[in-house]
Each structure stands twice: as structure tokens, then as C-alpha cells.
Design a binder for this molecule. Structure first.
Ligand code: ADP
Length: 382
């Protein structure tokens, strides 16, 4: 199941197909609350069947974006379109968009069945149709045996599935999920993430999820929009966000990263650019941008792409090296993270613990060199 999902995902890239029109479009949207700008002239396109994640710190405008799509807020400027239609003036209940709230928003006095049926009853659907849809939803979230229980008689994960079934029963084109797994413990969260992906693929509904949890976004999303202060900083599939962050902000927000300051040696780019650094000397780094001589930039690389060289060990040909001292060692079972202090900076190397026992492990205060392949460097001009 997981492999086939992966295969589907690796070929799914509607955003690269110029012939495809997006399902949801934010077109120069601004949302102000008094003097505060929650969303600032933001443009964004989301495609059908995407599992789209809005990621960013609290207050960056994620919920506001969702509420604008659901129709609970109206833009101060710009347009929100769904399937090409401007949603201005379309009330929330007339939009093919539904919001899944956290599981504690279930009605405690109603059975699972009646919770799921609630939106359909409000819509005034015929009783027979409601019965059929509720049965299908119970089957979908594997809760057939729990139809007559009340929320407090269910586990946290089961309650989450009821909330999902309730939101999906109305057959929305777009389902909005605001921190959907926030109430679950870590293990259950991971299980539920895979369940959600499988279910979304099966139904073909477009999911837009708000989260502040980067691992969750990395695991589930087809694309991630990283937000900062009401703006989208980068939109890309998870591996691109991780391997080719567009700015210092994105690089530091997702995963651990080493970042050193550098100056462009001579005008160059796109292509290989020579930069001067204090602790690693002159480096050659690839970039997509044209850079000016003397421009201040950062060179970044991930801890797991860093090797630790001990006294007498040679770096592979062409690799950059940085001399330092081991300051901290964090043993995580599968990985060990070493914090190496070099020129006043704390740099990290993450090493997989492939062997069970190591005869002479790297230790505190040991002088080492960090080695990095030039292809692991990312140049950040902003
Ligand atoms: P996030 O979901 O990323 O945490 P929000 O979209 O909830 O961010 O909020 C973005 C900004 O807009 C915040 O600074 C918040 O205080 C402000 N904001 C959101 N809703 C309102 C509101 N109803 N009235 C006034 N300010 C609001």
C-alpha cells in the first residue's frame, strides 16, 4: 500500500503541467484586521487532488487563508477563485468547501452516527440518502461497529476519524483541516498521517491542511507553502523545500541546518559562484541567481550531509573542510548528533549509527574536521 502511494505521489505534479488549471486560486489577496495585515498581497494556486500544507509559525496567516476559502472571512483586496469562479458573495454553505474541526468539536450528546449525519440533516437531504452516506462514511473510517457510541466512549484516534467522516459526508471538493492531528499523541499521529494520505488518495478530494508541525507537513503534503508574516515565502514539494530552500527563513524553519556567512568573490551566476568564508575559506557553490561581487550571502548544508574526520583522516577529493572541537554529543539511538564548535559557530553533524558498537567513538573536546561535498551546499542570497 505504502509503495503504491509513493509511486502515485512521485508522478503527481499537476503544478508542472501548463495545460491544467488550478482548483483554488488566491489572486493578490490581502486581509486586514484594523491596522493589522494578516495576509499581504498573496497569490497561490492549489490543484485538484493535492494534499496541500500551509506551514509557518503561529500568527503568520495560515488560518486566515483557510477562512477566506471557506467563506468565513472576505478579502480586503484581491480574489479567491474555485474552479475558475470568483467566490466573492458566495456564502460558506454554498461553497463546495468544508472544514474539519478538531475532534473535541464533536457533539458529546450525539452518537457517532448522528454526529456524522449532522451536516446532511441541516442541509435537508432525504432520510434515505443520509442513511446511505453515513453508512459509507462509517465504512470509510472503519467505525461501523461504533455507530451507536458517543464521543466519550471512543479513543482519541476514533474521535478524530468521526470528525473526518463528518466533514467528508458533505462531499466537499476541498477539505480544510486545521491542525487535524493536534490532539493525538505522537504514535497515533504517525499512524493517522498515513491513514489520512491513503483516504485522501482514494477519495480524490483536495486537502488543504494547516499545521505548525514540519514533520507532519513533510510526511503528508504533495506541496508545502512556507509562510512568514502573511506572505508565502516558498511553495514546493517537501524534498525541494528541504534540499533547495529559497531563503534563510525556509532553510532554518524546516529541519536542522548549518549556516555560515559568506561574501561573493566575483560577480557570477547562475551556475558556480566562488564565495569567501571565514571558517571554510573559499567555496564554490551552485546557484540559480546572478550575484554581485561582495554581496553578502549564506552557505547552508544539512547535518546529515556532514562527515566527521578525526586526526589523520583525509577528506574525499574536492570536499570542503572546517576544523573545530566536539562540544556536544546527542545520542538518539538511530542517529548521533555532534555539535562541533568552529570559529565561534556551533555546527552540527548527524551520523547514522550503522554499527552497534564502535571501538573508539568520537568524544567530547576531540579536535575534528567537518567535511562537506560541494554539491551539499545551498547558497542563500536572501
Ligand atoms: P495562524 O493561523 O498562522 O496562526 P492567523 O491567520 O490566525 O495565523 O492570524 C494572522 C494574524 O491575524 C495574527 O496576527 C492574528 O492576530 C490576526 N488575526 C486573525 N484573526 C483575527 C481577527 N478576527 N481579528 C483581529 N486580528 C486577527
Amino acid at each position: 500500500m505504502t509503495t503504491s502511494l509513493g509511486a502515485v505521489r512521485s508522478t503527481f505534479a499537476p503544478w508542472d503541467d501548463p495545460a491544467l488549471a488550478p482548483l483554488v486560486v488566491y489572486d493578490g489577496v490581502t486581509k486586514r484586521y484594523g491596522a493589522e495585515t494578516a495576509v499581504a498581497d498573496l497569490s497561490l494556486a492549489i490543484y485538484e487532488r493535492e494534499f496541500f500544507a500551509l506551514l509557518g509559525p503561529s500568527g503568520c496567516g495560515k488560518s486566515t487563508l483557510m477562512r477566506l476559502l471557506a467563506g468565513f472571512e472576505t478579502p480586503s483586496a484581491g480574489r479567491v477563485l474555485l474552479a475558475g469562479e470568483d467566490l466573492a458573495g458566495v456564502p460558506p454553505h454554498r461553497r463546495p468547501v468544508n472544514m474539519m474541526f478538531q475532534s473535541y468539536a464533536l457533539f458529546p450528546h450525539m452518537t457517532v452516527e448522528r454526529n456524522i449525519a449532522f451536516g446532511l440533516t441541516m442541509e435537508g437531504l432525504p432520510r434515505e440518502e443520509i442513511r446511505e452516506r453515513v453508512a459509507a462514511m462509517l465504512k470509510l473510517v472503519k467505525l461501523e461497529a461504533y455507530a451507536n457510541r458517543r464521543p466519550h466512549q471512543l479513543s482519541g484516534g476514533q474521535r478524530q476519524r468521526v470528525a473526518l467522516a463528518r466533514a467528508l459526508a458533505k462531499r466537499p471538493k476541498v477539505l480544510l483541516l486545521d491542525e487535524p492531528l493536534g490532539a493525538l499523541d505522537r504514535k497515533l499521529r504517525e499512524e493517522t498521517q498515513f491513514e489520512l494520505i491513503a483516504l485522501q488518495e482514494r477519495l480524490g478530494v483536495t486537502f488543504v491542511i494547516v499545521t505548525h508541525d514540519q514533520d507532519e507537513a513533510m510526511t503528508m503534503a504533495t506541496r508545502i507553502a512556507v509562510m512568514d508574516k502573511g506572505r508565502v515565502v516558498q511553495v514546493a514539494p517537501p524534498p525541494v523545500i528541504y534540499e533547495a530552500p529559497a531563503t534563510r527563513y525556509v532553510a532554518s524553519f524546516i529541519g536542522d541546518i548549518n549556516l555560515i556567512e559568506a561574501k561573493v568573490a566575483a560577480a557570477a551566476g547562475p551556475g558556480a559562484v566562488a564565495v569567501e568564508t571565514e571558517i571554510a575559506g573559499r567555496l564554490s557553490v551552485e546557484t540559480d541567481e546572478a550575484l554581485a561581487a561582495g554581496q553578502q550571502v549564506a552557505v547552508a548544508w544539512r547535518p546529515e550531509k556532514t562527515r566527521i574526520l578525526r586526526a589523520g583522516e583525509e577528506a574525499p577529493a574536492g570536499w570542503a573542510t572546517i576544523a573545530g572541537t566536539v562540544h556536544d554529543i546527542g545520542y538518539l539511538g538511530d542517529w548521533t548528533t555532534y555539535v562541533v564548535v568552529a570559529g565561534g559557530l556551533r555546527l552540527r553533524a548527524a551520523v547514522a549509527n550503522a554499527a552497534r558498537l564502535v571501538e573508539r567513538p568520537v568524544t567530547w573536546d576531540e579536535p575534528v574536521r567537518l567535511a562537506v561535498a560541494p554539491s551539499s551546499f545551498v547558497l542563500l542570497a536572501r
